[in-house]
Write a protein that binds this ligand. Structure first.
Ligand SMILES: Cc1ncc(C[n+]2csc(CCOP(=O)(O)OP(=O)(O)O)c2C)c(N)n1
Ligand SMILES: [Mg+2]
Length: 580
């Protein structure tokens, strides 16, 4: 625990900090993440006194940690930042929470209310903080009077939690934070989605009943509906694809769960042979659909809580708006006899096995590390993955995820957020070890958080893949440009760096060391830096190149895809190694 030296608080002098603590207690938030400032002192003071505060080193980490805490604990995350630069530092991580749809309550300072909007140069003053936060949050609210603090915070928490969830920022001018508040915190119920339309359910049931070779595609919106989805998949004899975010909605060791392999060529035959697609709570993100060039089966039944998602990336035949568990439960209730093709489940399992075998071949010795990781960590251990080659190639696919609350990574692909996420994940689940996969480049972004790790002593194994730079961009440049730009980095001696923070350090230089080193690291019940020396470990037989378009012949080559059409844009890039 961070600083616990606060003296007893005067209960007659309740202020915004006390309200925030009451809110945290109501929502079961054991840890909030922040950086103290003259502009949030009452908030931090109260959180520390309540034993619910973790002091981090960068405001982005306040949000990344709260985001991962929310994903793992399945409840609200709370981040506290300062005004201006502090709130601005949080912006990138708020983008990620918005992308992932995580319920984060971000409470930030603001200058004294009498000086607002004058530009007189009050410390930390910024031009349009609310506008800045509005751009990167689900909503941003401001508090205009002390007697609005409690109601605004309650509204913000409810807004953040209401599906589709997202980060909500609240700025509280510092004079109002100190103001006396008589009322106790009174929670607001998050708004629930409306019931699905019977006509759409009926149309979907008719398609399901007629399907012989159905596929289901699960996104992050499927999490929490695992029981209903498992029952539907069983009834239909369906194969299951997932997005990265949907991993773990169903256990990945099930014979019919192909997983996050939709763009893999071994799955192409399955996609071509399917006669129905049911998608649940997914964006169909570019990296998972070969930049929308992947052709998906029709008819397509799409289920999403967000009406705007229906048909946005792929044409839809029946769209149903609603909570995924409720909708899938209603589909099950409506379904009578189904007669799937008896050969279909065998085809699903064969495609699943081929995809995994091909990826194992592509990554060579890293397959051993992947197996060792799965064996060393608990099924309920958070598996946090920054944007590094081993995560993008195999961590996001081959490393089995059996529980969706363990599946933590930046869905928007921003590097450097992994360490903060791991801190939040470990705080949410202290009884099991948390795993972090991070590159030397991603780690450098928030290296200061080693200080947080040293102070908090979470049960966290930080596996650092050291290839002396931005390897994935290096691979991309080698493949497409034949010259390198901005990718080779001066990299620290990680053993000395860990020692400087009094953290344990272990090195892996070959595949045969993986199991022993990881087992020893986990057994320490404390933070350990496990450095994988990528040069010594050996190359992947098929270097990972990110599946993004490279517009070699200039911008005219880029032609935005129509909503439902396949983009004619040339995929100058290669598909990921597992898909070659
Ligand atoms: C915030 C952000 N900045 C830049 C990038 C571009 N980018 C993607 S991966 C990467 C390199 C990551 O390097 P490292 O963590 O060492 O992993 P490696 O690729 O070497 O395995 C960069 C710079 C990004 N995705 N996000
Ligand atoms: Mg690297």
């Amino acid at each position: 625990m961070s600083d616990t030296t606060a003296t007893a608080r005067n209960v007659d002098a309740r202020n915004a900090g006390d309200v925030l603590v009451e809110l945290a207690k109501h929502h079961g938030v054991e840890r909030a993440f922040g950086i103290v400032s003259v502009h949030n002192q009452p908030l931090v003071d109260a959180l520390v006194a309540a034993g619910r505060y973790v002091a981090v080193r960068h405001e982005a980490t306040c949000v990344s940690a709260a985001d991962a805490y929310a994903r793992v604990a399945g409840r609200l995350g709370i981040a506290v930042t300062s005004t201006g630069t502090g709130a601005g530092n949080a912006a990138g991580a708020l983008v990620e929470a918005l992308t992932a749809g995580t319920a984060v309550l971000h409470v930030t300072g603001q200058i004294d209310s009498p000086f607002l909007g004058q530009g007189r140069g009050v410390i930390h003053e910024t031009k349009d903080q609310l506008g800045m936060l509005t751009a990167v949050s689900k909503r941003a609210l401001t508090v205009g009077a002390t007697d609005r603090v409690a109601a605004t915070l309650a509204d913000a928490a409810a807004l953040a939690l209401a599906p589709p969830a997202g980060p909500v920022s609240v700025e509280v001018p510092i004079d109002l934070q100190y103001g006396r508040i008589a009322d106790r915190f009174s929670p607001v119920e998050p708004q629930r989605p409306a019931a699905p339309e019977p006509a759409e359910l009926g149309a979907a049931v008719a398609l399901l009943a007629a399907a012989k070779r159905p596929l289901v595609w699960l996104g992050g919106g499927a999490i929490g509906a695992g029981t209903e989805i498992a029952a539907l998949v069983d009834r239909l004899g369906a194969g299951v694809l997932t997005s990265n975010a949907g991993r773990g909605a169903l256990r990945e060791d099930s014979a019919n769960v192909v997983g996050n392999f939709a763009s893999h060529p071994e799955v192409a035959e399955l996609l071509a042979g399917a006669d129905l697609l049911v998608s649940v709570g997914t964006h169909f993100r570019s990296n998972e659909t070969k930049h929308y060039q992947l052709v998906l089966p029709r008819p397509h039944v799409q289920i999403d809580i967000d009406p705007a998602a229906l048909g946005r990336a792929y044409a839809v035949d029946v769209g149903i708006v609603g909570d995924s568990g409720v909708v899938v439960g209603a589909l099950l209730d409506g379904l009578d006899d189904v007669a799937p093709d008896p050969a279909w489940s065998g085809a699903v399992t064969a495609a699943r096995d081929r995809a995994r075998a091909s990826l194992r071949r592509a990554i060579g010795p890293y397959a051993v590390l992947c197996d060792a990781m799965r064996a060393a960590f608990d099924e309920s251990s958070p598996l946090v993955r920054d944007v590094t080659i081993p995560a993008s190639s195999w961590g996001n696919r081959l490393l089995p995820v059996h529980d969706a609350t363990t599946n933590v990574n930046p869905r928007g692909g921003g590097i450097g957020q992994g360490l903060g996420m791991a801190i939040g994940a470990a705080a949410a689940r202290p009884d099991v070890p948390t795993a972090l996969m991070v590159g030397d480049g991603g780690l450098a972004v928030h290296l200061g958080e080693f200080g947080t790790v040293a102070g908090e002593q979470p049960w966290l194994v930080m596996i650092v893949f050291n290839d002396g730079g931005y390897g994935v961009l290096r691979n991309l440049q080698d493949r497409h440009f034949g010259r390198r730009a901005g990718v080779d980095l001066a990299t620290p001696d990680f053993a000395s760096l860990a020692a400087a923070y009094d953290l344990e350090h272990r090195r892996i230089e070959s595949a045969d060391q993986c199991a022993e080193v990881l087992d020893q690291a986990v057994a320490r019940h404390a933070p350990v830096v496990v450095e994988v020396d990528c040069d010594a470990f050996g190359p992947m037989p098929e270097p990972f190149v990110p599946p993004v378009p490279v517009h070699m012949n200039g911008p005219s080559e880029f032609m935005p895809a129509a909503r439902t059409a396949v983009s004619p844009m040339a995929m100058a890039c290669e598909a990921p190694p597992e898909s070659r």
